[in-house]
Write a protein that binds this ligand. Structure first.
Ligand code: ADP
Length: 276
């Protein structure tokens, strides 16, 4: 949201001092419209699975179903409940990120450890999503790490892990099973570092790119939902990265794939110390 500009002017002359406060009403209205949109979105995201869930409960209560049918219905109900849980969990994560203080420079997180976790989670997700298909994604990680390690990032381990894993899980979820996903970690000449996830998925039309990190913004709602998406993933990524002074860059070509890159400034990263 654009910040609301509040200007205060004090006129010292004349009878008594006058205080004049003027506000940028447009910004205020914009913020209010965003708040309304957000509440409407949350209601929609929770009401939809709730309605479906209530429908299934009613069916179970009114129809004499066979045990197999009951089991099937219970499975579908569990899916809807899980969907609501993910939305609520995502919203709680966002509000916690907004409220907690910015991560300091006291804790250093191992890049190698982050990448190992990302590889485990990415491969597990690929197996889960492609278990009925002939092929799984080709996943390429810069692992095993060299003996001197891969350096460190100053910040909160759990937050960084969730942001980087989120980019990998998106690549896996949106890329067809025959596609490939390549994760890289590069040091730049100025001491900064870049984490990137490149996929051979459907790509994203340029008009959508600036809006992808908005809460609940999705290019293809049904595709997102099919793979368990909530539309909150990239909003969380953006928040975590902002808190770590890092920047997200999205490059994509429709029909060819996307690359999500995270740029960590030099003061947030330290390179590995050379092995003796
Ligand atoms: P979702 O839970 O829907 O995946 P995200 O916030 O993680 O929500 O992503 C927002 C949208 O960005 C997705 O719905 C999808 O349309 C698009 N998107 C994200 N990552 C990719 C990707 N790697 N390839 C294609 N589209 C993507």
């Amino acid at each position: 949201a654009r910040p609301v500009r509040l200007s205060v002017q004090i006129y010292p002359h004349g009878k008594g001092r006058k205080l004049m406060i003027s506000r940028d009403i447009t910004a205020l209205e914009q913020a209010e419209a965003m708040r309304r949109d957000f509440v409407a979105n949350v209601s929609h995201e929770i009401r939809t699975p709730l309605t479906v869930l209530a429908g299934f409960v009613e069916t179970l209560q009114t129809l004499q179903l066979s045990t197999e049918e009951q089991t099937r219905y219970l499975g579908l109900m569990a899916q809807q409940a899980a969907r609501m849980q993910s939305v609520v969990q995502g919203l709680l994560t966002l509000s916690r990120l907004e409220e907690s203080p910015r991560p300091g420079m006291a804790e250093w997180v191992s890049v190698q450890h982050l990448l190992e976790q990302c590889a485990d989670e990415g491969c597990a997700l690929s197996q889960l999503l492609t278990r009925n298909q002939a092929r799984q994604h080709t996943m390429i990680f810069p692992l095993p790490a060299p003996p001197e390690g891969m350096g460190e990032i100053a910040g909160v381990q759990a937050e960084l892990q969730s942001a980087l894993s989120n980019l990998i899980s998106n690549a896996v979820r949106y890329t067809p099973a025959s596609g490939s996903i390549e994760v890289s970690w590069h040091w730049q000449a100025d001491g900064s570092a870049v984490f990137a996830v490149r996929d051979t998925g459907p790509g994203i039309d340029a008009v959508h790119i600036p809006r992808l990190t908005e809460r609940f913004y999705r290019v293809d709602r049904s595709r997102s939902r099919e793979t368990g998406g909530t539309g909150l993933g990239l909003a969380i990524v953006k928040h975590v990265l902002q808190r770590h002074d890092a920047r997200l860059d999205i490059q994509s070509t429709l029909g060819q794939g996307s690359t999500f890159s995270v740029h960590f400034p030099a003061n947030r990263v330290r390179p590995p110390t050379k092995a003796a």
